[in-house]
Design a protein around this ligand. Structure first.
Ligand SMILES: [Zn+2]
Ligand SMILES: [Zn+2]
Length: 82
């Protein structure tokens, strides 16, 4: 049996945090994320990065968008941009 490095409790199962390496029990971190409570909450705050990824994706879709309403208009605008 090993002790949780966060609360000092002897528990059967410990997980090592992938950020800071602290070994924590189920009470002291997120087993599914491999993160202690501290690093897990930082992770949640950095969700903005994920939002940016989504934005980039939608920008790519935007780039494939046609310029005009009809294919004719589209060609006209495209040749005007050259
Ligand atoms: Zn603990
Ligand atoms: Zn950590």
């Amino acid at each position: 049996m090993s002790a949780c490095e966060v609360c000092g409790e002897d528990v059967a199962e410990l997980q090592a945090c992938r950020q800071c390496g602290v070994r924590f029990c189920t009470e002291c971190g997120y087993f599914n994320k491999h993160l202690c409570l501290d690093c897990g909450s930082i992770e949640e705050e950095s969700q903005e990065e994920e939002a940016e990824d989504v934005l980039e994706e939608s920008t790519q879709i935007e780039g494939e968008k046609t310029y005009g309403e009809t294919p004719e208009q589209n060609e006209e605008i495209k040749s005007a941009l050259k």
